[in-house]
Design a protein around this ligand. Structure first.
Ligand code: FES
Length: 176
């Protein structure tokens, strides 16, 4: 596989493809191979790749001499672990009570429509991931939406569409 020639290409490269650089071997070298190390290893792997690549989980199973089903089971059980890569921009729409009664569902529908994905999914170009949250702690501003780490309050479907358009514009500029 060719090495990315620019910083932009490097960011666009799915992290799982970095496996050829032996990163997983390096991560595992810090562990002894004890079964109780499974969760710390998964945490380190996710820190590195941003999610748990299937291939890495198989190798971890071999390293710990555990059935693959055990490793996959732990990876899917805990909410902290992601089995698919996240987009570069994380959109979180609040589904808490305060936001719900003030039209949070409309915001979510608008974002789903604009991005063409459902909560828990990422766009094919890995530009966006969509998540829902139970409450972001800004109920006075309901309905709310968080884009990366920025909270947007008193959302309307129109505002949500405008915010996503701005991001699309930025992404296009960066790629130009
Ligand atoms: S319920 Fe949405 S911010 Fe609290």
């Amino acid at each position: 596989m060719a090495n990315p020639s620019t910083e932009q290409e490097a960011r666009a490269l799915p992290r799982a493809q970095e496996e050829t650089c032996g990163c997983l071997t390096e991560i595992l070298s810090h562990f002894e191979g004890r079964k109780e190390e499974l969760i710390p290893i998964l945490q380190r792997v996710q820190e590195h790749y941003g999610y748990l690549p299937e291939d890495a989980m198989k190798k971890i199973a071999g390293f710990l001499q555990l059935p693959e089903s055990t490793v996959f089971g732990v990876g899917t059980f805990y909410a902290q672990f992601k089995l698919v890569p996240s987009g570069r921009n994380i959109i979180r729409v609040c589904r808490g009570t305060a936001c719900h009664v003030r039209g949070g569902a409309r915001i979510l529908r608008e974002v789903e429509k604009r991005l063409g994905i459902k909560p828990g999914e990422s766009t094919p170009d890995l530009e966006y991931s969509l998540e829902t949250v139970a409450c972001i702690g800004a109920c006075a501003l309901a309905p709310t939406m968080v884009v990366n780490n920025e909270t947007h309050g008193e959302m309307t479907a129109k505002k949500a569409a405008e915010i996503l358009e701005q991001f699309k514009g930025k992404g296009d500029e960066e790629r130009a």
